[in-house]
Write a protein that binds this ligand. Structure first.
Ligand SMILES: CSC[C@@H](O)[C@@H](O)C(=O)COP(=O)(O)O
Length: 349
């Protein structure tokens, strides 16, 4: 039995005075934390993947708004609301696809709107950020139970990217379901795509599962078709960065291909995400902005060019899985089975 406590992995923390992030770019070789005292630094950390994963980005942005409020109060006193704007804008510009970022900033703005100009906004902003943080962990536990119940005992699962403690405030979304299903004896083994080009699967998901003593086998995503053909997995379980009103779901690039393969092979396809990932303003997946990242992420490995000189690269960080390929969307407010045709907005009522 492992003595390792996955809740002790804290991608995002508040030290009492600063935002502390676990630098995920250095895992699993090194576990290094960075302390940030400005929202502009936090925006850079989000853009550069120090912190990544939709819910973790949202929690980090909420704490960054606290730092912005502190700086604005010191600089501008009662004019703090106006003085916060550049920092809030820098956060909103950091990454485009994970809607949890915009959800968290919207929540912080609502709190700001209710505050008097004459008082330091930091205590109220901090309470709001801590509320977002705590609710995320509780929501993940709930999703773990709801999602695990869909997996019949005796089936193994495949996951993609990292939707674990590192991508959230703790426990994880897709990995939360996998943790709960393993604890209940429903699954015995996890297959994890290595997830090019950032290798969130091999660096982060495998690291989390190994520490939890959950057996994990990595594969290149190109091997997933063969894995399914051999009948080795009953479910694909993934997280999400943005879910449109009709259930179309943006997640790490490669997810859409897995959904097509799963349908072809009769394998279940489950999306696990908090309701803060639902974007009711996006009618369908075509309204979801997809982040394009630099060519060098594909052309290089560990800073060394591996691709033929002269070749270019197309590097969308996410793709959209149509709702009709999804068997279940699991949220902390309940499950929508077969969202194709009816969408997910009933979860927001
Ligand atoms: C619970 S996290 C779900 C998704 O955010 C995750 O699968 C993913 O796509 C993360 O992408 P990343 O580019 O690492 O931020």
């Amino acid at each position: 039995m492992s003595t390792y406590d996955h809740d002790s992995i804290r991608a995002v923390q508040w030290t009492g005075t600063h935002l502390r992030l676990l630098d995920q770019r250095l895992l699993p070789q090194r576990c290094v934390h960075v302390d940030l005292d400005s929202a502009t630094e936090a925006a850079g950390a989000i853009r550069n993947m120090v912190v990544r994963g939709a819910p973790a980005i949202g929690v980090a942005a909420a704490y960054a708004a606290v730092l912005a409020g502190r700086a604005a109060w010191r600089e501008a006193g009662p004019d703090w609301r106006r003085a916060m704007e550049p920092a809030l804008q820098a956060l909103a510009d950091s990454r485009p696809t994970a809607v949890n970022l915009f959800w968290a900033l919207g929540h912080m703005r609502q709190v700001m709107d209710g505050l008097p100009a004459e008082a330091d906004p930091e205590p109220a902003l901090l309470a709001a950020a801590q509320g977002i943080h705590e609710a995320d962990v509780a929501g993940n536990r709930r999703m773990g139970d709801l999602g695990a119940a869909l997996i019949p005992p005796g089936q193994d699962v495949l996951t993609h990217c990292n939707a674990g403690s590192l991508a959230t405030a703790g426990y994880g979304t897709a990995l939360g379901v996998i943790r709960s299903a393993f604890a209940q004896g429903r699954i015995g083994h996890v297959y994890a795509d290595e997830t090019r080009p950032w290798l969130q699967g091999s660096r982060l998901t495998a690291w989390e599962l190994v520490q939890d003593d959950i057996p994990v086998t990595l594969l290149c995503e190109g091997a997933a078709a063969g894995l399914m053909r051999q009948g080795r997995v009953g479910w694909v379980v993934v997280g999400a960065d943005r879910i449109a009103a009709n259930g179309d779901t943006a997640n790490k690039v490669g997810t859409y291909g897995l959904a097509v393969l799963a349908r072809h092979h009769g394998v279940g396809f489950m999306v696990v995400a908090p309701t803060s990932t639902i974007d009711a303003d996006a009618a369908n997946g075509s309204a979801i902005p997809i982040e394009q990242r630099g060519e060098e992420e594909v052309l290089e490995l560990a800073g060394q060019r591996v691709a033929a000189e002269g070749a270019g690269a197309w590097n969308p960080a996410f793709d959209v899985t149509p709702a009709e390929l999804i068997d279940a969307i699991v949220t902390e407010k309940g499950v929508v089975e077969h969202p194709g045709g009816r969408g997910v907005t009933s979860l927001l009522d």
